[in-house]
Structures are given as C-alpha cells and as structure tokens.
Design a protein around this ligand. Structure first.
Ligand code: AGP
Length: 605
C-alpha cells in the first residue's frame, strides 16, 4: 500500500526521504515522488516505477531541509508520473502526500472545478492539495488550512503537507491510515510505517484517528480535528534497522522462513510456566474468573491471518473445549454481527494496520464486545484499539507473503488455548504435554528447514503444473489453506484448498494427471481416512505430494516432518509448504518479495 515519509531538520531532506521510501518498498507500490522546499521555493519529482527510478530522476540541485515523499499504490487513476504524489495546489504552493481514500472526492472536485480550479491528475488525493491551497490563502496558517480542509473531507487519510511559504513546519493528520512521528536530535520525521524512520530514530509517537500534528525541527504538537491540544508520550521501538535487512539471503521471504526457530522461541519466551503447566499472558488483562466466563470465541483476521485464526479456533476447541470459529474480518464487519457479552473476540494482524480488521475491531468495541489482539507490530492501531492481547515478538516482517508471523500467531493461539484450557478443564497432565510440545517447536522447525534442498527439488518438479489442489482434514485443513495461499500469492500458480472430506462432493471431478494434489496427512486419528482420500485421488491418476509424518506408497512424493503433539502438529506441517511455495516462485522467476497486485499492509477497504 501507499507509503509516506516526511522530514524537517538541518539536513538535506531528499536523501533521507529516498532512504525512507526504500524502506517502505516492501509494502507494495507502483510510483513514487518527493517534494522539498528551499528558499521558499517548492520542488517536486514524481515517477511511475521504483524508488530507484525516482532517485535517478532527482537532480543534484534538489536541495531543501524540509520535504515529503510517497510511494503510491494506485486506486484512483492508473500508475503514472502525474498521478504519483505529492500533489500540488494550483498556485504551486502546497504539496500533499496522501494514503487512504477520499470518498467524496468527485463531489469536492466538481465544486472546486466550478470555482475555477484546474486539476492535473485523476486521483482522489489531489482534492486535498487543492482544498488546502485555497484555505491557506484565506488563513495564512498551514495548521488552520489543513484543519478547515479536512472538515469537508469524507474518507480515510494519512497525510503530510508542506507549504513553500512556511519552510519550517509539516502538518500531518491521521484518519484510518497510520501516521507515526519520529523524534530526532533537532530534527523530526513522520511516516506511515516505523520502518521508514528506524534508521534515524527509535523514539516514536503514534497519532490516533482524528488527530493531527505540526512537526518542526525542534519538536511537535498534536491536536484533534476540533483543535483541542493532545498530550502524547513517545515510546521506544525495540526493532532496529538490522531487522529490516535481508541478512544476506536472496529474498526477505527466505530470511523470514529461516528465522522461524528464533521467532517462535521469542513468541514463547517467558510465557510457559512448567510448575503449573500454564501459559503466562499478562497482556490479556483478564483475571481467572473473567477468563472462565466466556462461552464462545470468535476470531477475525484477513488472508493468512484468518487462516491462522482457523488453526487457533481448532486449538481452542480442543484444549479449552470452548466453541470457537474464525471468520474473515473483511466479511464480519459488513454483516452487522450480533455481538454477545459472553463471547471473547480475537483480532489477528501482523501489521496491526489492516483496515478491514481494524474496522471490525472498532465495530465490536462500539457494540461493547471484549476484543483481544494477536498482533506483531507493537503500538499499531489494532494493538491500541483492543482491550489486551498477545504480541508475537516475531520482528518486522518485510516480505509481502506472511510466514513467520503466521507461525508465531499459531503459537500464540496455542498459548491462549492452554491458558483458557487450564482455567477450565484441561488437566495438569495435558497442560504439561502441551508445554513440552511448545518447547520442542523451535528445534523441530530447525529440523524441517534442513529439508530445504529436497523441497526445492519437489517445488521445481511441480512448479509447471497449471494449478494445484491442497487438501487436509480438520487440523490439516487450515494448513492446506495456508499452503495454497502461499503458493498462489508468490508463484501465481492457481491453488485451491479443500477439506479432504469434501473432495468427493465436487472437486474430485478436477483430479487428473495435470492437477497435482498436496495432501496434509498427519499421524492422528484421521490418518486412515486421509490415506483413503489419497487412494481416491490416485485412482483418478492424480499426482500426490504428501506432507505428513511418514511416507506412503499412495503418494508420488512425500515430505516427512517431525512429530509433536497432535494439537501442535499443524504448526510444523505448515513450514514445508512455505519452502515449497518459495522455491516454486523462484523456479518460475517471480518477484518473490513483492508479488504483483499485492501490498504488505492493506490499509484501504
Ligand atoms: C499473507 O501472505 C498475505 N499477504 C495477506 O493475506 C495478509 O496475511 C493479510 O493481508 C493480513 O495482514 P495483517 O496480518 O497485517 O493484518
């Protein structure tokens, strides 16, 4: 999605903005631009393409100690130089970068055109620069002009605005699209994502929805859209620039897959109590009595977060015996859900900024629901909106395809299920069994990673298939869904996941030598049923790649992973599918970390 970076201070702004934009490239974008002010003169450069193209287009004389930059992911108007941000007002005085969607842009554009304003681009965002440009002439205060302009705007925005007549200040505002301020030594930064700031500062302040800030080299002040001052305490981000490097790996995705023994250990750290065989989850902010009071658990998230929620629902039902289910947050928020007082709601998000998930959380809160967050990004919007939760501590995830955050979320659900189970009926013996299983995960993940060469061979063998079927039963079904999701998003090979039990109710018609199946076959009480399904596929001449705990003659190829407790096995069974998707994508020469049409954080509806 779009990215914003802004700088004011004593240094040359352009290199800092370009570096910040590079750090935001992982979010997905199609064009990029910069604006700086020097001696009360506004300069801009915008290009369709990569940040490297923008850097090449910026002349040596592009100087200024205040500036804003943007990476655009097209929504209104195709990717082009003109549609790229910053947008400038008619008088060429104001420059604006905008993330989000202005819903009444057409109406505002018509009104402004009626007043003689000439628009350059097809974007919704340009109404902001034109509106602010008109207001600033009346008020001669950038802060006042932005406040007034935003009063007529309906929609979501994170914006940064500069005025060539006021080269010492930047006004930023947030409503539905993140804005974070970065505090430096006699310099200030703002961005849509901490990643853009981390090289310069780890002291940050998150704006709330409906909040604005004026930032200057010597500090900042924040206020609400009705001009009331607000007090904000900076906090220190515990990630540093090194977390955003690819660590010598060819792709971030492979780095993030390989990190999983450590990231899982971090998710577990300090949270397992071997004395009572319970999980310590202080962030839930719930005592034992309240924890016992829930009769249902409803989990929401989008994409892979939703699939990890399906895994979580299964864990909670099995270990805590509480009815639990997962639903895409993007659907949940639109169907006017019935919110019940004895339901515990759990929102999942790696970024903590996914708009659909955030909107679903806000809807739940409006209706009085108790919402926990399982979130990776500390201080993100979903983390702040929820009543408590579990941080993953998986470190920044840069590749668009989620891997380590998915696995850490499943691990966090195992901890939550253990916690809910042990205040109910899960016996100490079963608690111990799960604690031991959780402790073994990092070593077992390491073992699976040693299978990479074999998985690479298999990925090459299957990569030229026009499509693939992924099947799994009960615990194996979310594994199949996530495996299919990984393959389709990074290799563009069509992949469909089905419950193995449903195959003969329709999709069996598709089975042929051209459509291979990845079958998730754990050694659990459903093993025989799964092997029968393999027989059915085989009888239709379907090729089978089996992922499980043993080999089988019913399959053409097998990947055997170490066994843990049956409830935790889905976590381990997912890892080979990540490597499979990665190597299939590499074999097909795809842009692994930045797959087409996708963005890392989906901050629009
Ligand atoms: C995962 O591989 C996807 N890129 C995507 O489905 C992602 O999980 C989803 O957009 C949710 O993101 P979040 O966890 O940051 O909320």
């Amino acid at each position: 999605m779009c990215g914003i970076v802004a700088y004011v201070g004593p240094k040359d702004a352009a290199p800092i903005l370009l570096e910040g934009l590079q750090r935001l490239e992982y979010r997905g974008y199609d064009s990029a631009g910069l604006a700086v002010v020097n001696a009360k003169s506004l300069k801009t450069r915008k290009v369709k393409g990569r940040v490297a193209d923008l850097a090449a287009a910026v002349p040596a004389k592009f100087k200024g100690t205040i500036g804003i930059g943007h990476t655009r992911w097209a929504t209104h108007g195709a990717p082009s130089d003109v549609n790229a941000h910053p947008h400038i007002d008619q008088e060429q005085r104001i420059a604006v970068v905008h993330n989000g969607i202005i819903e009444n842009a057409d109406e505002l554009r018509r009104r402004l055109e009626g007043e003689g304003v000439k628009f350059e681009s097809e974007t919704d965002s340009e109404v902001l620069s034109q509106l602010i440009g008109r207001m600033v002439k009346e008020t001669e205060s950038l802060r006042e002009a932005v406040l007034r302009a935003l009063k007529s705007v309906v929609g979501t925005y994170g914006i940064a605005v500069i005025d060539e007549q006021r080269p010492g200040e930047i006004v930023v505002a947030r409503n539905g699209s993140p804005i974070v301020l970065g505090l430096g030594e006699k310099e200030m930064f703002a961005a849509s994502d901490v990643a853009a700031l981390i090289r310069y500062t780890r002291q940050v302040v998150h704006l709330e929805d409906g909040e604005l800030a004026v930032i200057k080299a010597d500090g900042f002040n924040t206020f609400t859209s009705d001009a009331r001052e607000t007090a904000k305490e900076p906090f220190t981000v515990d990630w540093d620039a090194g977390h955003y490097d690819n660590g010598g790996y060819e792709h971030y995705l492979l780095k993030e897959i390989s990190e999983q023994p450590d990231t899982v250990a971090r998710t577990l750290r300090g949270r397992i109590d071997d004395r009572f065989h319970i999980a310590h989850l202080g962030g839930l902010n719930m005592d034992a009595r309240e924890t016992r009071s829930f009769r249902r658990v409803k989990i929401i998230g989008c994409g892979s977060a939703y699939y990890s929620g399906q895994m979580g629902a299964q864990l909670i039902e099995e270990l805590a015996r509480i009815p639990a289910d997962a639903e895409p947050a993007s659907e949940f928020r639109y169907r006017s859900p019935v919110v019940e007082p004895d339901t515990l709601y759990v929102a999942i998000s790696q970024s903590g900024e996914t708009y659909d998930t955030l909107a679903a959380v806000q809807e739940l809160k409006r209706k009085g629901g108790r919402v926990l967050g399982i979130v990776n990004t500390v201080g993100s919007a979903i983390a702040r909106e929820t009543d408590g939760g579990i941080y993953l501590h998986a470190g920044p995830e840069v590749s668009v395809a989620s891997t380590k955050a998915f696995i850490s979320t499943a691990v966090a659900f195992a901890l939550l299920a253990l916690h809910l189970g042990r205040v109910r009926d899960l016996s100490p013996a079963d608690g111990r069994r799960i604690c031991e299983g959780l402790r073994r995960l990092p070593e077992q993940i390491k073992e699976i990673l040693t299978l990479e060469d074999r998985i690479k061979e298999l990925a090459k063998k299957y990569a030229d298939a026009p499509g693939m079927m992924f099947v799994g039963r009960v615990r194996g079904y979310p594994v199949a869904r996530e495996g299919a999701q990984k393959l389709k998003e990074i290799s563009y090979v069509h992949a469909e996941a089905y419950p193995a039990s449903e195959l003969k109710h329709g999709p069996l018609a598709l089975i042929s030598p051209e459509l291979p199946t990845v079958a998730i076959v754990p050694d659990d009480e459903l093993l025989d049923k799964n092997l029968t399904t393999l027989g059915e596929i085989r009888a239709r001449h379907g090729r089978i790649l089996m992922v499980g705990h043993r080999t089988s003659e019913a399959a053409d190829d097998c990947i055997v992973v170490p066994k843990n407790q049956v409830e935790l096995d889905p976590i381990l069974l997912t890892i080979p599918l990540q490597l499979f998707a990665y190597h299939a994508a590499v074999a097909l020469d795809r842009d692994v970390d930045r797959p087409r049409n996708l963005a890392k954080s989906v901050t629009v509806e």
